[in-house]
Design a protein around this ligand. Structure first.
Ligand code: PAF
Length: 284
């Protein structure tokens, strides 16, 4: 089995990436914050299919967490992550320290200002997408990515990345990989590790509520208000669930709409105990 290369400095990572391009190879980037699970592996596999060289990044990006969020307790398990990446045949992993990415004097941030960061998680987590856009731009530059791979679970993040990649003329193809679910229906997430067995069972209500909405849509229901109500009513049946939002917007423009007449994102954020989970489906 080929060995996974580990880079912790920007200089080394860029030199490796430049050498791959010089050898005529294409680079696929899978940005992650680590605590890798099967969902991340679906990104690696998509990148492997589409590119000669696969680079994963493992970096818990401080700039995308709010002051009362879980930056400190976010699971960090780099040795186990490396084992998974190696077993998957990933070529290299970029794992910098925060000071390497944001050295003293750092002062440049990317903000997407066309409204798509004002809704859903953008509205609840001020500054979150500014942090994501900044780090993803840096990661694309550092790894010289030709293609980048993101999961649909963070569908708003994918819309934001597509927007700034187009706006800044970055030469990177952005790919969205379908949500990876456990057999139970629960969308895989590093944050699932925060939940007790009882909470994990309660969390199945997220995918159940979205399935109920999809069933209603497939039976001809197109009204956004009704589809949101079907979802919220199902969520309300679970006593451990506290709704943060249930919303429906056109996708990827994330414009409000009364009816599903074009692709639309039905997205939910729900607290199960102290754990905030997100999930979504695309209708239309
Ligand atoms: O989706 C994530 O894990 C993060 O937001 C990302 C894209 C790795 C940026 O830190």
């Amino acid at each position: 089995m080929k060995e996974l290369k580990v880079f912790t400095t920007v200089k080394e990572m860029q030199a490796y990436a430049a050498a791959q391009h010089a050898a005529g190879k294409t680079i696929g980037l899978c940005p992650t914050m680590g605590a890798l699970h099967e969902g991340h592996m679906t990104l690696m596999r998509a990148a492997r299919k589409a590119c000669d060289v696969v680079i994963a990044s493992v970096f818990v990006n401080p700039v995308q967490f709010g002051p009362n969020e879980d930056y400190d307790k976010y699971p960090r398990q780099f040795p186990a992550d490396c084992e998974k990446l190696q077993a998957e045949g990933v070529d290299a992993v970029f794992h910098p320290e925060p000071q390497e990415m944001y050295p003293e004097g750092y002062g440049t941030y990317i903000t997407v200002e066309n409204g798509i960061t004002d809704v859903l998680c953008g509205a609840r987590r001020p500054g979150h997408f500014r942090g994501v856009a900044t780090v993803v731009t840096k990661l694309m530059n550092i790894t010289r990515a030709d293609k980048a791979f993101f999961g649909q679970k963070d569908a708003q993040q994918v819309a934001v990345v597509r927007r700034f990649v187009a706006d800044l003329n970055l030469p990177v193809e952005v790919n969205m990989v379908p949500i990876c679910r456990e057999e139970s229906g629960l969308a895989r997430s590093s944050r699932n590790a925060y939940m007790s067995a009882e909470e994990k069972k309660a969390a199945l209500v997220l995918s159940r509520s979205l399935r109920a909405a999809r069933a209603a849509y497939e039976q001809g229901e197109c009204r956004a208000e009704v589809l949101k109500k079907v979802t919220a009513d199902e969520l309300a049946k679970e006593p451990l669930a506290k709704i943060d939002y249930v919303d429906l917007y056109t996708y990827p423009a994330l414009q409000a709409t009364d009816n599903v007449t074009e692709p639309c994102l039905l997205a939910i954020a729900v607290y199960i105990g102290k754990t905030r989970l997100i999930d979504n489906i695309i209708l239309g």
